[in-house]
Design a protein around this ligand. Structure first.
Ligand code: A2P
Length: 329
């Protein structure tokens, strides 16, 4: 087994605590990056149909599996039910499409990507009203969709099921209406958006937190600009406390940020398509922050949400959309 560490989920499955995030990478970039990530020891790969790269990832996985360089049971592959398909009858066909693209018989974790649902037109574009705002599909029913998610476990299409971007209230409601509790809630989580209430609640219910944007998702700037959103996003790797700790451990700011996530009991999925940086992000098992350092980082919370979904113009009209947007557009 590669040099990685695991958390045990509420169903007994083991999840590597560092995975590679894959949002916002071209097919070419991602094929190279996944190859390099597997070489570096990553076994946990986080993707989604929305990222448009499942086929590219599938090609790399097939090469590695066919060559016997990795065994299927060593991999931990996560993908998601997209917001355009967040309806009970779409669960099974949608995972089957992902499995075909990934060239796998099963995934290790299947997540409901967002608590809300949107409509698309026949050409795949989002359905919008005359003002250009997305038309929310208010029929979203988490319990009904979850029933179909549970069937995927029984049918062997995924080992575990979970949710993403769910609020505390949404997690609590789902827990009251499920047979299989979600194994993880994948949320934005970093020193500037700690969401402690949600994190503590999930932990108390044995729902592991998977931290997306653990390094502050700098790459989102390009995406926001494309959606005409003005965002002055913080650079987490430039926080003085983080830089100081990095220097004192002989590590990088990114490694300190990841260590804080690990040491507070969570899973992190940093995205990188750069060979040095992706290696760096996996090379976090040979040092430890002190209790004081962890406490210092835990005191940095500023409630700054980087991935606020404002690029889904109009999504705030959906009753299951709960993010508070701190920006003006
Ligand atoms: P790149 O892919 O060029 O490395 P997040 O995981 O929080 O979404 O952040 C990913 C962003 O941070 C990407 O823009 C990525 O760019 C960059 N990044 C990833 N790892 C590191 C690192 N170790 N140091 C600096 N920047 C990083």
């Amino acid at each position: 087994m590669a040099n990685t560490q695991f958390l045990t989920l509420n169903n007994g499955e083991k999840m590597p605590i560092i995975g590679i995030g894959t949002w916002q990478a071209s097919d070419e970039e991602i094929e190279t990056a996944i190859d390099q990530a597997l070489e570096a020891g990553y076994r946990h790969i986080d993707t989604a149909p929305v990222y448009g790269n499942e086929q590219a990832i599938g090609r790399v996985l097939k090469r590695w599996l066919d060559a016997g360089k990795v065994k299927r049971e060593e991999l931990f592959i996560v993908t998601k039910l997209p917001p355009i398909a967040n309806r009970p009858h779409e669960v099974e066909p949608t995972i089957k499409k992902s499995l075909a693209d990934l060239q796998l018989d099963y995934v290790d974790m299947y997540l409901i990507h967002t608590p809300f649902t949107v409509f698309i037109n026949e050409d795949g574009s989002f359905k919008v009203d005359e003002e250009g705002l997305m038309i929310p599909d208010v029929s979203t029913d988490h319990a009904a969709t979850w029933l179909e998610m549970e069937k995927l476990v029984a049918n062997g299409l995924t080992k575990s099921i979970g949710i993403s971007n769910f609020s505390k209230e949404q997690v609590a409601r789902l827990l009251k209406n499920c047979k299989i509790p979600p194994a993880t809630n994948q949320i934005e989580h970093h020193v500037y958006l700690q969401q402690r209430d949600l994190v503590d609640f999930c932990k108390s219910k044995n729902v592991v937190i998977t931290a997306y944007a653990p390094l502050g998702s700098k790459g989102i700037a390009k995406f926001n600009a494309g959606a005409n959103l003005v965002r002055d996003l913080p650079d987490l790797m430039d926080i003085p406390e983080v830089k100081e700790m990095a220097a004192s451990h002989g590590k990088t700011p990114a490694q300190v940020l990841l260590r804080w996530i690990i040491e507070t009991g969570n899973v992190a999925i940093p995205k990188s398509t750069n060979p040095d940086r992706l290696k760096q992000n996996f090379n976090v098992f040979d040092f430890k922050l002190t209790e004081e350092e962890v406490a210092k980082l835990s005191a940095l919370d500023k409630n700054i949400r980087v991935c606020d979904f404002a690029f889904f113009h109009g999504i705030e009209r959906h009753p299951e959309f709960t993010f508070k947007n701190q920006y003006t557009n």
